[in-house]
Design a protein around this ligand. Sequence first.
Ligand SMILES: [Zn+2]
Length: 287
Amino acid sequence: VGDFLLNSIVTLGAGHGGYDFGVLSPSGIAEKDITLEIISRTKEQLNLMSGIDALTVRNDDSYVSTVKRAQLAAAWGSYCHMELHMSKLNGSSSFVSIRYCNVDHAAAAQDLCKSLAATLNIPAVGCIPHLDSTKFLTSDIENYENILNLLVNSGIRNSFYIQCGCLDEAKTAQKLTQTNIIIKIAVTLAAFICGIFKKEHNSSPYLDNGEHVFKSYDKVLLLKRGLFVVRSGPGNEFTAVRKITGGMLTGCFGLKNEWYRISQLREEYISPAIIQNVLYFPQKRFL
Ligand SMILES: [Zn+2]
């Protein structure tokens, strides 16, 4: 698996979840539900726009700790991670604020901040680089500093922490009851991620002759954890040719008797039983 594949996984984190409600709107809507809805729609939009199949750290009402979020993103080989909150740390007014770790994306983050603020009709207060990820993490509190430090220290430099207004303020809460506003936010976030991809890959050696990479791999497989046998044919009756370490991504070159072929040149197959997840690769990629 080349760097390109490892550099193509997008991960998304809906803030809060489970017993952790986040803030509540005046009418009792929980932040954890709104972040989940927007992130789910962002995943959908991203797929429509670019074919990217993003992975989400939670896709239901479960609690996933900050440490776990970063661990998942790292285990999935994330190239770009976004955490979404609809709350503010303190202060009296609702605003949009974005923290980013890679200064290459400062201008894009600035545009995103303005665009989200315009949609919610609230101020775009800050687009702040988060450049010091060395601070000791004292707890597993879900805040920008902890999650960004964990992500950056896992090698995920394209990490973003987005605070999109505050649900406990009537003005933002009212906007977020409108489905068209929710969709608009999701489309904006998805377009932003596509932009990050485009910028990174325009300067990537893979783009010039990258077409063949896409054509060879129509799917990427995320393997379960463990050490598994690779066989010379699609079934347990075939000879074991080598072993493969799980928890990793590998390209897929076809399917035979439900077994996945994992080498283009050699007859090498793995059992569907060791697959954690099948990621479909971008066909209509990058806007
Ligand atoms: Zn929050």
